[in-house]
Design a protein. Structure first.
Length: 130
């Protein structure tokens, strides 16, 4: 599921098919028993994205539509860092997604074996013109 700029679709996090065993307390997990959570849950995440993402003017002017996929780390303290674009649409759309991710509040961290851990989170965002 993906978020449209008008908020009609919804993004999803990555998969959780397998668990990793890390002895390094600073390891970054790809999958965990409990995924990181935006404050208030996914519905609040969707609302935050829908109300904060602005379609870049140049992208709108040039009829650029498609999906940006961002990946970031939700640290064991819930802070977001290491934001990367793993699927680019345009420099303007990529920058808008990064801007909004940087504006996010502290998350509830993911957990493994009951302990907070650093976790990769993948966020796809679709840009569609109406």
């Amino acid at each position: 599921m993906f978020l449209d700029v008008n908020g009609q679709s919804i993004p999803s996090s990555g998969d959780s098919n397998s668990f990793q065993n890390h002895s390094d307390p600073n390891a970054i997990y790809k999958t965990v028993e409990q995924k990181p959570e935006f404050p208030g849950g996914q519905d609040k995440l969707f609302k935050f994205l829908a109300s904060n993402i602005e379609y870049p003017k140049n992208a709108k002017k040039n009829n650029i539509v498609g999906r940006v996929v961002a990946q970031f780390v939700v640290t064991k303290s819930g802070v977001i860092n290491n934001i990367q674009i793993t699927r680019s649409l345009s420099p303007e759309c990529d920058a808008e997604v990064i801007r909004v991710i940087k504006a996010m509040p502290t998350w509830k961290p993911g957990t493994q074996s009951g302990k907070p851990v650093n976790v990769y989170y993948t966020l796809p965002v679709s840009f569609k013109l109406q």
